[in-house]
Design a protein around this ligand. Sequence first.
Ligand SMILES: [Zn+2]
Length: 236
Amino acid sequence: MLLLSPHPDDIAWSLGGTVARLRETGTELVCLTFFNRTRYAPGSPAHGDSDAVTRVRRAEEDRWGALTGVRLERCELADASLRGYDDDTEMGAEPEPEVVAEAAARLSSALLRLRPDAVLAPLAVGGHIDHSAVRRAVSGPLPVPEDGLLWYEDLPYAFGADGAPEGHPLVVGIASHETDRDDGVRCYPSQLPDEVLPVLRAHAARVRGERLWAGTPAARDRFGRGLGRVVGGGSA
Ligand SMILES: [Zn+2]
C-alpha cells in the first residue's frame, strides 16, 4: 500500500492509528513524501535555514519510519515556504501548474515502480497549497486503481472544517492505537507535537477514529475487510 504524504509529518498526524492497524495485518507500507525541502520548523533552532531544516525534518521522518516500519521514499520537491508563501498565503492558494506537474511525474514514476494495490491520498481539507498540489496530481490521468484509492482527512486542518467531501466514508477505529499514533507524532519535535496532539485527539473523538473517503462502496468495503481480518467482526 502506498501512502501519499505532502510533507514529512502528514501521515503521522492524519493516519497514525490507521498505520498501526495496517502494520498489524502485515500490510507492507510505503510512504511517498512530496515536499521534503523546507525552511519551516518552528520547534527547532534551525527554523528558517532551509538546508539545516531539511536535514532536521529528514531525521525526524527517518525516526518515524523506523518506529512504524513504514518504508520511506522522497520526491525532494521544495515546499510552500521555499516558494514564497507564508502561514497565511499557503492556505487556499491555487497550486502552481508546474508544481502539480512535478508532483504528478514523481507519483507516476512511483506507481509504475511499486505497483501498489491501494493508495491513500490527502483530501486537501483546509486547502494547504502543497496538499492541493498532491490532490491534483492524484486526480490526473495516473495508473491509480479506482477500487484501491481512498482519501484521508488532513489533520490538523480537518478538525472543525465545514462540510463533508463526496464519497463513501470509512471510519477506522483507533481506540486501541492512540499510543502508537502519539508516539509517531512525537517523532517530529520541530513541528510542535504538544500543540498538534490535542487537535488530533479532539478530531478522533468527534469522528470516532480516523476517517477515510472512498470513491466507490467497493473501495470502502475492500479496505474495511483488510482491517477487519485483525479485529474480527468485519468492523473497521
Ligand atoms: Zn502537510
